[in-house]
Structures are given as structure tokens and as C-alpha cells.
Design a binder for this molecule. Structure first.
Ligand code: GLN
Length: 447
């Protein structure tokens, strides 16, 4: 907590600290140790953690970095947060993000941006930029983020961290403010693969409060020391030749493939013929789901209420106009249009068909390989204000989005600094559905 007080002024990862919670948890742990019950403590006992601000924690604000929820205090705790606390982790507070998780730079936060601790003139990535920056600056050992199209993996890459988006259904979404319910998944940021795997052990599993969550009894730490001998690692030529992929990033992915080969893995080329349509499908499906999910912020049930309107329609309009920032309004307008009659048939329905094709592409690829190696982001962390038009910002996720579309697990693994920019580069490891342990095993070999 004193490190956060001393250093977060320069980083702005935290929106709120929960000192009382952390100190009372720490006191309870101390008391247990003093009474000789130390061996009964949870696997994350005493580990300082923090949460993206779209995750509810009783008594703390959950703002989603939006003016819409500036004053919202959580009346309950998200399952992912509760599981970390139940494992003994100390909750330090809530972390900055792009508004409602729309973005790739944390610049759309209503509370101002978060800086990349590697170079404070650069973005930490997004939308879970606060979660990445907090771990990179040593303000927490593990943080949680959410990933709808790349929001854990891309900031993980920009900040040099291990950052895991599990297979859809591994972690409960209960209590996490929804963006795209069929795409959202919670996962950890950490400094080592083992730390991330320990957090995965705490997070994973069936939750009766989220009907899409699955029973998982994997010990994610079990095979980390196994190495990659005999593992089949896929590389996707179309990803490696993609326009816009920086040479320094491409070089790092190639080095990682060479390294895995030297350790005994077999490198196999695989095709994902429909993956190039993932971006188009995502920017139809994502806004449609966001439009639907954000309808609840109507100034009556939740959120900012613009005062002085006699007419309910005018109150809705003014509250949503003033409560939501530009990118949130853009997504809502887009989703509203795409779901309107006549348009729905032309865009939404085909996007769902593309989704099936991409899911089948991945399933077919995993008949040949155990894990896929790819870039995370086309380039390293950019400067504030450098990427201004929405389309260029959306391209930050060109290598991560198809994984959310298909529902597979994906993670960013730091592999050193780029030769041109000297900034952290991550490589992406992508697992078959519900075989997230495969990517952690390959990642451990790259550590
Ligand atoms: N950058 C992507 C978007 O803005 C993904 C965001 C996310 O994963 N939450 O939609």
C-alpha cells in the first residue's frame, strides 16, 4: 500500500485503494499464523492483488472508468474477485481501464489515462491497462483483467507480463460488468508463468451463478516443468506475413519458434483460412452485444441521472449522452444500427456464420498441433495520442480477436525487448479449448 501511495502518482494504475480490506485480511492471516494455523492458509495467502474496475467488490466503487458509474458502489462481489480473496490474496483496490473495456490504450478512461511503467510517455495497452501497469510497476503481484478481443493479452505484451485469457467458460463472469457476454473472459496478469498458473487454479471452475462456466479440475501448475519435447507447435503463415506486423515483433516470434524447436518441439505450419474475417465479425458481434448489455444504464436502474427533465425520454437521452464517452456511444450507435430490422439479416447473421467457420478452423488446426504460436500485437507500446482514428486502434487486436471469436484460451508471454524500440514484446500462445495447460507449459519453456 505504501508503494502504491509513493509510485502510483506517476502511473495512475489505481482508481481506488481498499486499504481497510487489505489490512483486515492481513491481520487475519497474521492471527492464523500466530495461532499455529499457518499450514491451513490458502495458496495465495498474503499475495497483494488488485482488480480491473469492471469487477464488483462489495463496498468499493465499480466505475468501469465511466462517468456513467462514477458514483456506483458495489452491493456484491464478483466470483473471480471472491475466489482470489478466498485463496488468501490481499485485495489492494480497483484498476483503471478503457471505458466499459472499449479500447486498446486505456486512453478512453473518464478518469484519465494510465502510463506504461516502461516509458510513461507511452500507453500501457488496453483495455486492462491499469491491471498491466500495476504489475509492471510492482504495485501488485497479480491483477485481474478481462479480455473480449485482446484486452488482457495486448496490455500484457506492452508491459512485458505473463497475461492469460482462459478458454471461454473456465472463469465465471458473474459480477463482471458485461461488454460482449459471448466473448468476455477474466484472467490474470503476473510476472511469471507459475504465478499466473497459481491464480488460474484459484479462478477456474464452475459457478452456479454463471451458466456458461464449466467444471474445471486442472492443476495449471502441474506440467510447467515438463518442457516441450514432443509438443507440436503451430505457426500460422498468414499471421507472420500480415501487413502492419512490425519487423521487431515478427523477429521475436520467429526466435521463440526456434527456441521451442531447439527444446524438442516440432514446429508445424497450420492454416486458419477464415481468421482474416475475425476483425469484421468482431466489430459486428461486439457492438451488438455491447449495445444490448449497456441498455441497463438508463439513469433509472443504474448510472448517471441528468437532473431537471420532466419527460422520461429526454432524461434517458441526456443521461446516456453525458454519462457515456465517445467510444462507448460509438459502439452503442453501431450495435443499435446493426440489430435493426433489415440490417440484422445483412450483418449480424453472417457474422455469426463467420464465427462458426473460425471456430471450426481452430478445431481443425488442433488436430495437428497442441498449441499455436503467434504475435500478440502488431507493434510495441505506442505514444499517447499517436493512434487517433478508431480503425487503427481496432487493428491493435488483429492477432487476438479470432481467439475470442472461437472461444479458445490465449496468453501473452514476454520474450524480451524489441530490437528497434527497446520496448517489451510478447508472443501469443493459443490453446485448444479447455486445454489451457498446454499454453502455460509452452510458455514456461520460454521463460
Ligand atoms: N480493443 C478491443 C475493443 O475495443 C478489445 C477490447 C477488450 O478486449 N475488452 O473492442
Amino acid at each position: 500500500l505504501s508503494r502504491v501511495r509513493a509510485l502510483d502518482g506517476a502511473v495512475h494504475a489505481f482508481l481506488e485503494t481498499t486499504e481497510e480490506l487489505a489490512l483486515s485480511q492481513a491481520a487475519a492471516l497474521d492471527a492464523a499464523v500466530a495461532q499455529g494455523r499457518g499450514s491451513e492458509l490458502g495458496p495465495l495467502a498474503g499475495v497483494p492483488v488488485a482488480f480491473k474496475d469492471n469487477m464488483n467488490l462489495t463496498g468499493a466503487h465499480t466505475t468501469c472508468s465511466s462517468n456513467m458509474l462514477r458514483n456506483y458502489v458495489s452491493p456484491y462481489t464478483a466470483t473471480c474477485v471472491q475466489r482470489m480473496l478466498d485463496a488468501g490474496a490481499l485485495g489492494l483496490g480497483k484498476l483503471n481501464m478503457d471505458e466499459f473495456a472499449f479500447g486498446s490504450s486505456t486512453e478512453t478512461s473518464a478518469f484519465g489515462p494510465t502510463c506504461n511503467p516502461w516509458d510513461v510517455e507511452r500507453v500501457p495497452g488496453g483495455s486492462s491497462g491499469g491491471s498491466a501497469a500495476a504489475v509492471a510497476a510492482g504495485l501488485a503481484c497479480v491483477t485481474l483483467g478481462s479480455d473480449t478481443g485482446g484486452s488482457i493479452r495486448q496490455p500484457g505484451s506492452f508491459c512485458g507480463l505473463v497475461a492469460v485469457k482462459p478458454t471461454y467458460g473456465v472463469v465465471s463472469r458473474y459480477g463482471v460488468v458485461a461488454f460482449g457476454s459471448s466473448l468476455d473472459q477474466v484472467g490474470p496478469f503476473a510476472r511469471s508463468v507459475e504465478d499466473a498458473a497459481l491464480a488460474m487454479n484459484a479462478l477456474a471452475g464452475r459457478d452456479p451463478l454463471d451458466c456458461t462456466s464449466q467444471a474445471v479440475d486442472t492443476d495449471f501448475t502441474a506440467n510447467l516443468a515438463e518442457g516441450v519435447r514432443g509438443m507440436r507447435v503451430g505457426v500460422v503463415p498468414a499471421f507472420m506475413e500480415a501487413q502492419g506486423l512490425a519487423p521487431e515483433v515478427k523477429a521475436k516470434v520467429q526466435e521463440a519458434a526456434d527456441h521451442l524447436r531447439k527444446l524438442g518441439a516440432e514446429i508445424v505450419e497450420v492454416d486458419l483460412p477464415n481468421a482474416q474475417a475475425a476483425m469484421s465479425a468482431y466489430y459486428v458481434l461486439g457492438p451488438c452485444e455491447a449495445f444490448s448489455n449497456l441498455a441497463r444504464f438508463d439513469s433509472v436502474r443504474y448510472g448517471y441521472c441528468d437532473p431537471g427533465h420532466a419527460d422520461l425520454g429526454a432524461q434517458y437521452e441526456a443521461s446516456r449522452h453525458r454519462g457515456f464517452g465517445l467510444e462507448a456511444r460509438r459502439r452503442i450507435m453501431l450495435g443499435s444500427y446493426l440489430l435493426s430490422s433489415g440490417v440484422y439479416e445483412t450483418y449480424y447473421y453472417p457474422a455469426q456464420q463467420v464465427r462458426t467457420l473460425i471456430t471450426q478452423d481452430y478445431a481443425r488446426a488442433y488436430e495437428q498441433v497442441d498449441v499455436i504460436l503467434a504475435p500478440v500485437a502488431p507493434r510495441t507500446a505506442f505514444r499517447f495520442g499517436e493512434v487517433t482514428d478508431p480503425t487503427s486502434m481496432y487493428l491493435s487486436d488483429m492477432f487476438t480477436i479470432s481467439i475470442n471469436i472461437a472461444g479458445n484460451g490465449g496468453m501473452s508471454m514476454p520474450v524480451g525487448l524489441g530490437a528497434d524500440t527497446g520496448l517489451p514484446v510478447g508472443v501469443q500462445l493459443i490453446a485448444p479449448q479447455f486445454k489451457d495447460e498446454n499454453m502455460l507449459r509452452a510458455a514456461a519453456a520460454l521463460e
